[in-house]
Design a protein around this ligand. Structure first.
Ligand SMILES: Nc1ncnc2c1ncn2[C@@H]1O[C@H](COP(=O)(O)OP(=O)(O)OP(=O)(O)O)[C@@H](O)[C@H]1O
Ligand SMILES: [Mg+2]
Length: 249
């Protein structure tokens, strides 16, 4: 299967700044590949380097060394990002917009033709189950609804690869289940999904493969079932063991 994401020996350093006097290495010697149609979970404690890795894929920050490719194209080239959708860790949308206005705004940024855009807006609102509230302002939405509006925005250009930075953070069990179902539906449509999460239970149910990052370094990767049988423990225990957390210490 073709690699949709290919990261090789990636290093990301944040230079010293006036507010942060010491330079910081966020990602070190990271290599990973994600195949077409995979749901790939990116795990790691706070500060592990997940968001930094995603920002490199999105072209927001340059790699210090190493390389990252999307669809075989180096991420430094804008064309690499044409077929991706992105849900940031924190979303800041104009709260006075309605969901359909938000999607129209982003659709225009992608230069989608007006008629096609209206059809696409209908489709994504249906997918994220916000059809009934499409004419309500985002500021009246609950966090779960806002998160799904963010997902709709990430999907407006019908991307082949979704990069979702903690798509279920702060959601209740129903909200999390809905996002999980959306990810599953995307997989059924043949999309590739790369998402970070701290919810190991959901990762276990939805992911084909996972990578565990700790202090910028890749500690493990593989199928959840393989990691679990290799370590003879549930994913949470595997995670804690891999990052060297000892609950008795
Ligand atoms: N703009 C920045 N300037 C300097 N250091 C940064 C910057 N962004 C992140 N870092 C540092 O890089 C490291 C990795 O951060 P990153 O946000 O990638 O982690 P993360 O795995 O996404 O964490 P979380 O689970 O908390 O979202 C951390 O040590 C962080 O302090
Ligand atoms: Mg993060």
């Amino acid at each position: 299967m073709a690699a949709i994401v290919k990261i090789e020996e990636l290093r990301v350093d944040y230079p010293a700044s006036r507010h942060n006097e010491t330079a910081r290495t966020a990602v070190e010697n990271l290599s990973l590949e994600i195949a077409e149609g995979e749901i790939f979970g990116f795990l790691g404690p706070n500060g592990a380097g997940k968001t930094s890795t995603m920002k490199v894929l999105l072209g927001f920050i340059p790699p210090t060394s190493g390389s990252a490719r999307l669809f075989g194209v180096d991420v430094q080239q804008p064309i690499a990002r044409q077929r991706i959708g992105y849900l940031p860790e924190q979303t800041y949308y104009y709260s006075f917009l309605t969901a359909e206005e938000l999607l129209r705004f982003y659709g225009r940024l992608f230069a989608i033709a007006p008629e096609q855009l209206e059809r696409r807006i209908d489709d994504v609102l249906k997918l994220v189950e916000l059809e009934a509230v499409r004419k309500q302002r985002l500021k009246t939405y609950s966090k779960g609804m806002q998160q799904r509006a963010g997902l709709a925005q990430a999907l407006i250009n019908n991307p082949d690869l979704l990069i979702l930075d903690e798509p279920t953070s702060g959601l209740d069990p129903i909200g999390r289940m809905k996002v999980r179902e959306i990810i599953q539906r995307l997989k059924n449509e043949g999309k590739t999904v790369f998402f970070s999460s701290h919810e190991l239970g959901e990762v276990e149910t939805v992911c084909d493969r996972v990578a565990i990052l700790h202090r910028g370094k890749l500690m493990a990767q593989g199928k959840v079932s393989d990691l679990v049988s290799e370590h003879q423990a549930g994913l949470e225990q595997v995670f804690l063991k891999i990052i060297g957390f000892n609950s008795e210490a």
